[in-house]
Design a protein around this ligand. Structure first.
Ligand SMILES: [Zn+2]
Length: 133
């Protein structure tokens, strides 16, 4: 996506732009832009969590469609059989569906991995319990 297009989309959809491009804010009049200071993904995550004072809650993470930003809804299990891998269908109690694009989501190892990384970020600051419930 060209810079012009994603800046216009961010403004139109009231999104925050996260960028490593320190000059983006000077080239455009962007109401919400956070310039990430580090090349390290871990440090970038820490910067975003603390700069935006994010409250990380296990039941709130991964509740938005990654493709279209729509809040996910719990899917009716019988309707997704055959649309997810058999192992997922057998082992996951809850499967979620995007009402806009139909993409299906479930809590896999990725969820635990991300929550582990977030816990490490918050532990460095010493206030993990204030941010994770
Ligand atoms: Zn979607």
């Amino acid at each position: 996506m060209a810079e012009t297009e994603f800046v216009k989309r961010a403004v139109r959809e009231s999104r925050l732009i996260l960028t490593r491009d320190t000059l983006l804010g000077e080239r455009w009049t962007v109401p919400s832009c956070l310039s990430l200071e580090s090349d390290s993904t871990f440090d970038q995550l820490r910067q975003v969590i603390y700069r935006l004072n994010l409250r990380i809650s296990d039941d709130k993470i991964f509740t938005i469609c990654l493709k279209c930003n729509e809040p996910l809804e719990e899917a009716v299990r019988e309707k997704v059989e055959g649309r997810v891998p058999p192992y997922v269908y057998r082992t996951k109690d809850r499967i979620f569906k995007c009402p806009r694009c139909g993409h299906l989501y479930w809590r896999g190892t990725h969820h635990d991995l991300v929550m582990g990384i977030i816990s490490k970020v918050l532990e460095l600051k010493g206030d993990r319990e204030d941010h994770i419930s």
